[in-house]
Structure formats: C-alpha cells, structure tokens
Design a protein around this ligand. Structure first.
Ligand SMILES: [Zn+2]
Length: 313
C-alpha cells in the first residue's frame, strides 16, 4: 500500500524535460517554465518536410528552426493561445487546425464565443492579451482536419484522434509507426482536467479519458509539465487525472449540504483553491467548471434548486 502511494507521488513529481528528447524522427521540444502556461511542449517531426506541433515551447529554438531547415506545416491540437504563441514565426507554413473550432483560428470574436466571455472588462483584457502576448492574427494558409485523417511525412504518419471535452475540437496526434501518442491538454497534471470554457464539455471529457485508457503506445507525450510518460506512468497518471473530477464533485456535494448560489460557490474557489489574479478571469473559470458539475448533478437529481441556493439531497 505504502509502495503504491509512493509510486503515485512519483508519477506526479517528475519534472518537465530540460532538454530536447528524440523518439526517432519525432522530437519533443520542452516548453519554457517547465511547460507551464503560457508555454507548452512542442513536437518537431522530421521527414521530407519539417513539421511542428503546437508551437508555443521555446522562441529561440523555433526561430532557428524557422530559418533552417524551415517549417512546412504546423499542426495545432486546439484553439487555446498557449498552443499557438509562436505561430507568427512561420508565416509561410500551412496551418492545420481542428474543424469543430475552425472559426477560432480566424476570428477573435469566435474565441470569445467559445470561452463564453460576456464581462466587458474580461473581453477588453482578453482582446489585448491575445494581441500583445500571443500576437493573435487570423491564420492564413489554414487547413481544417477531421478525426481519422492521416498525414505522412516520410517515416512519420500523424493520425488525428478526436479528444473533445477540454475544447470541442481538442485532438490527440497518434504516431503509430513510432508507437507514440501526443495527448495535448490531457496533460495528466496534478491540477486535473480543465473545462473552463463555455464550449468545454465535462461528460465528453470523461468519455475521452475512458477511451484513452484503451489506447496503447510505447510513449505518451503531453503538452504541459511532465510531458513524457511510460505506459506504466501513463496508466497511473490517467487514473489520478480522472479521479480529480470525482474529487471535485464530492467537494461540491459536501459544500451543498448548506445552500449555495453559484456566485457563492465561485467565491469558495472549489477548483483553484486560492485567489488568483485577475479575479474576473478566475471567477469566470470557476463559474464554468463548477457550473458544469452543478448542471449534471441537477440532471441526475442529486442537487435541487431552492430559494436560498442549490442544495444536495
Ligand atoms: Zn488548452
């Protein structure tokens, strides 16, 4: 028992890679800050052409790659800004993005819609942040991909796997020849699954995690933090990651032994556990994530609305 607890801790304390890792023709480029927001780990796929996945890791490395040998195609797992921070380094590349969230690659309003932003302060702040920090510009050379599609670059076959929940178009990239799969923001981090946009879907996220359990590979890569998992680490990490959703729901039910309105629940910071800045951003995310739990607890009859707020039982 003690051993298995230690094992679990080990899974979650492994640091992000510090150096580039090679898996045959596939390289993982560690994101700055341990692959934490606003960065993520990128992949470089070397074949007849040079392809990049989620270019938000390391500006110096990606700039050099853009010069020599040059980058032909860029694959993006989903519309979040921390996966596209350095798109602008590749003005001549073709960009491949998931069809279900197509509009978010050419329009800032579409991003706001998917996120569910209504607060004018947040809209102003986010519009400025996307332009200043992420150099948002509508993607030209945009090609939309669909689940099941395969793209070949000499020894590499990149296969699109739908993995909705985090966002509607969130996708895994499977590389059957290297027995490797890139899980993007199913990052197996201790924080757990993130479903803080209006367009995020909690049930779809859980279904994605359940399907993922059956996906066999030799190496599992994620976009943030630890980034590289053996099959054993992956299975332990996935079980814990999945468990975070259940723990959140249990904490919520516990809180709802006394009536709470959604704004009161938001103040309790059930998801983040502490106050983070700016508050209106985290108010929004907490309301989205707690709201999705509430919605399904209401649907299942485990929570009821009362004049004083929601109550369990
Ligand atoms: Zn994301």
């Amino acid at each position: 028992m003690k051993d298995s607890l230690l094992e679990k801790e080990k899974v979650f304390t492994a640091p992000a890679p510090e150096k580039i890792l090679n898996f045959g023709p596939i390289r993982l480029v560690p994101g700055q800050k341990g692959g934490r927001y606003p960065y993520c780990h990128s992949l470089v796929l070397e074949g007849e052409e040079t392809w990049v996945v989620d270019p938000a890791s390391d500006k110096g490395f990606l700039s050099r790659l853009a010069r020599t040998p040059g980058v032909d195609r860029v694959f993006i797992s989903h519309f979040h800004e921390d996966h596209q921070k350095y798109n602008y380094l590749f003005p001549n590349a073709w960009f491949y993005a998931p069809a279900p969230e197509a509009a978010a690659f050419t329009s800032m309003d579409a991003i706001f819609d998917l996120m569910g932003l209504e607060d004018p302060r947040y809209l102003k702040y986010w519009g400025e942040t996307l332009v200043k920090e992420f150099r948002f510009q509508p993607l030209k050379n945009l090609i939309l991909y669909e689940p099941g599609q395969q793209f070949q670059n000499r020894d590499i076959i990149l296969e699109i796997i739908a993995a909705p929940g985090h966002t509607p178009g969130h996708s895994f990239f499977n590389f059957p020849r290297q027995e490797l799969i890139f899980l993007a923001d199913v990052d197996l981090s201790p924080f757990g699954p993130w479903y803080g946009d209006t367009a995020s879907d909690l049930d779809a996220f859980e279904a994605t995690l359940d399907r993922l359990r059956q996906m066999e590979a030799r190496t599992y890569l994620t976009a943030h933090e630890q980034g590289v998992f053996t099959p054993k680490e992956f299975h332990a990490g996935l079980a814990q990651f999945r468990q975070v959703i259940r723990d959140r729901e249990e904490r919520l039910l516990e809180m709802l032994r006394t009536p709470h309105t959604l704004p009161q629940l938001v103040e309790r910071r059930l998801i983040y556990g502490k106050v983070k800045e700016p508050p209106f951003v985290y108010d929004h995310i907490e309301a989205q994530m707690v709201g999705k739990h509430l919605e399904r607890l209401l649907r299942r009859g485990l929570v009821a609305p009362t004049p004083e707020g929601y109550v369990a039982g």
